[in-house]
Design a protein around this ligand. Sequence first.
Ligand code: PMM
Length: 277
Amino acid sequence: MSRPRVMGVVNVTPDSFSDGGRYLTAEAAVTHGLDLLADGADLLDIGGESTRPGATRPLVSEELARVVPVIRQLADAGAVVSVDTMRSEVAEAALRAGATLVNDVSGGLADPRMLAVVADTGASYVAMHWRAHSDHMTDFAAYDGPGGVVAGVRDELAGRVEAMLAAGIAEDRIVLDPGLGFAKRAEHNWELLADLEPLRALGFPLLVGASRKSFLGSLLAPEGGPPRPVEEREHAHAAVVAHLTRLGAWGVRVHDVRAARDTIAATAAIVAKERTP
Ligand code: PMM
């Protein structure tokens, strides 16, 4: 596929910043997933742990109970399903229930068993750049080395790639993600978006999640005023999706699938004409 894949977000959590509590029952989450598929999602990302700044972690049993029934039903309905989890037990159960991709925001750092589980099952694996759990990640939002945030994220992801390959994950199963908003201040996110080439040069497909994040809210805030509310950030997000389409990103992780598909379609139509001699 030459255009970015659209990964629709289904958060089965009480507290996600973007949609917390809206799809907490399995029935509501499944209905939402089916709606996202009808809107054109290429795959669905099902998560049971909120990673909003300051969030505390659910019990493993809670996370399992939230995601497994939803994954089973959506996979049975024909969806390509990824599980958004940092826990190997949840990844294993999700893969048994029909998921084919593990989206680990910690890139294997949160659970020492994760990489081995992914290698053993042959699942695809999204490794996001991450430094610490959400309750204290803002303490780690400093990139003082040469090359700043771009070089810092690239080097830390390169280290994760080494660990993944050493664990036996096949090269063609790996997707990398810069982790916008995770141990990053707003200007870090913009710097990363402006300079994704060093990450791409690592040689893996890139997934990016900017949808509804607070750096969009702060960009759009009136002077001295509060951030733009979560549900009013979509136009700014569309500009990010257009940019990622031009860069040839592998995928975008989004809440509003239809808006992302429309943005990608229009951008791709322009790009196709540019390339015609
Ligand atoms: N962001 C969130 C959760 N999971 N996974 C990947 N791969 N990349 C991201 O940027 C990412 C993620 C947080 O956003 P949400 O609370 O709206 O799901």
